[in-house]
Design a protein around this ligand. Sequence first.
Ligand code: ADE
Length: 241
Amino acid sequence: MRVDVLTLFPPMFDALNHSIPAKAAKAGVFDLRVHNLRDFPLNRYGAVDDYPYGGEPGMVLHAQPLEQSLEHALDGRADVPVLYPHPHGKPLTQADVRHWAQAPEIVLVCGHYKGIDERFRYLHVTHEFSVGDYVLSGGEMASIVFLDAVARLLPGVLGDEGSARTDSFEEPLLGWPVYTRPELWNGLKVPEALLSGNHDRIRKWKRKQQMLWTMERRPDLWASHELTKEDRKLLEDESLR
Ligand code: ADE
C-alpha cells in the first residue's frame, strides 16, 4: 500500500518508524511518503497559510500549496482517494480501517490551525474521517492513528495472523482480559478456566468475559448484540469466573 501524506510537520510521522508500522514498511507492504507543504509556498516569503476571510482567529492553509503538493505527490496517478482527517468527518471504525487496508494507494491531507481552504477540500478531498469527538491541533495525530490501525492489517504484518481477528472491534463485542505469568501476583490469581487446559472451557470463559466487558463498558454496543442460546447459558453459568 502506498500512502502519500501532505503536512506542515513531516517529523511527526517519525512516530510510524517504530513497532508494527515499521515492520510493515520493512516487509514492503507499507510505503509511506511524507511531503512538506512548505516546499510549495504561495509566494517568495514562503507563505502556506493566511488569516481566514470573515475575521475569525486562527490560520487557514492556502489552496494553492495544497494543490501543488498534491499534484507532486500524485505524479500523474489518477483516482487515488484523498482523505482529510477532520473532527467533522465520519467517526472512524474498525470496518473503515479494514476497508482502507485494502486500498492500493491513498493520500492523507493534514490541515492545521483553522483548517484548509474550502475550495481545495471541495475540488480534491474524496473522504473525511474523525478519530473522535474532540479537537486536535491538526490532522497529523489523526493520520498517525489511522495509519497505525491500517498498517497492522496489511498482509503478513502481524506474526500471528489470528491476533488481528481476535481484536476488540473485529466483532461486535469487546475483547477479554488477558494474563501472563506468574499464576499468582499480588494475591491475585489467573482465572481457573484459563489454566484448565480445556479448550472448550477456555473458549466459553473468553466469550463470557467479552459479554461482561461489553455490557459494562459499552452499553451502546451491547444494546445491538443479539444473544445466542449459548450466550444466555454462559451468562448464567456461575462456574465461569
Ligand atoms: N483534526 C483535528 N481534530 C481531529 C479529529 N478529532 N479527528 C480527525 N482529525 C482531526
